[in-house]
Design a protein around this ligand. Structure first.
Ligand SMILES: [Fe+2]
Length: 246
């Protein structure tokens, strides 16, 4: 099912300003997609919207840090691609546009499809050392401990779903037994390799480097989240941290 957005992935990456292997890159999109599909089994939402949101919501980021306008930019990027690269009804496209535009700063929304999209994204906070908190989630299924633990485990370990390599054309490899890191993306049509930072200017490279340093500092959070289970420790540590952008 994730295969259907493979052509969109290729188009998004043509103008993606950051590293595909970064904290907001391809592996994050893939986990958001799988989170969304899992939630949709219960919420019954339109999975096409969920898949498109996963790939598009962070596609117009200009840095890996504070970029509050990347949601509205993604929504307008989606509008430019609508009825050309992908097709939705006007109603469904309105939901996708709203989900992209508001995912950075709105807590919840009355529509269950938009809620599912936002939860799918927020459940992947483990990649930056944060455990998703039920109060920041919208749907009942996302707030369940089993859902949070499942998604948090994948996010915190940098899990890369199989379809990223098989269907999306990205090459992933295991640097150590627990963490897979995307290094190169392959253009399936030409079989040429594109270095993840090859299309970035110096500014973007510096931003990616800063994000990498931030992740390195966050390893203490990951250690607490994965090794020290007492809830009080988690709450105390989480309270000291600035909530990262999704
Ligand atoms: Fe995201």
């Amino acid at each position: 099912m994730p295969e259907s957005v493979a052509p969109l992935i290729k188009i998004v990456l043509e103008s993606y300003q950051l590293s595909e292997a970064g904290i907001h890159g391809v592996a994050h999109w893939a986990r958001v997609l799988e989170n969304g599909l899992r939630l949709a089994e219960t919420t019954g939402t339109n999975v096409e919207i969920v898949k498109l949101f996963a790939v598009l919501h962070g596609s117009r980021r200009l840095n890996d840090g504070h970029d509050p306008e990347h949601g509205p930019r993604a929504a307008e990027f989606a509008r430019a691609l609508h009825n050309d690269v992908f097709h939705l009804s006007d109603h469904d496209f309105g939901l996708l546009h709203r989900a992209c535009a508001g995912h950075t700063h709105e807590r919840t929304h009355p529509d269950i499809t938009i809620q599912t999209c936002w939860d799918a994204d927020r459940l992947d906070l483990g990649r930056v050392g944060m455990q998703p908190h039920p109060s920041r989630l919208c749907t009942e299924i996302a707030k369940q401990v089993q859902t949070i633990n499942w998604a948090h485990g994948r996010g915190s370990m940098g899990y890369v779903p199989e379809f990223v390599r098989d269907a999306w054309g990205a090459i992933a490899f295991d640097e150590n037994p627990t963490r897979m890191i995307l290094l190169q993306l392959r253009d399936k049509s030409t079989h040429q390799f594109v270095h993840p930072t090859g299309a970035c200017d110096q500014s973007s490279r510096n931003q990616s480097k800063n994000a990498t340093c931030r992740i390195a500092r966050d390893w203490f959070s990951v250690f607490i989240a994965t090794r020290c289970q007492p809830a009080k420790v988690m709450v105390a540590w989480s309270g000291c941290r600035i909530r990262p952008r999704t």
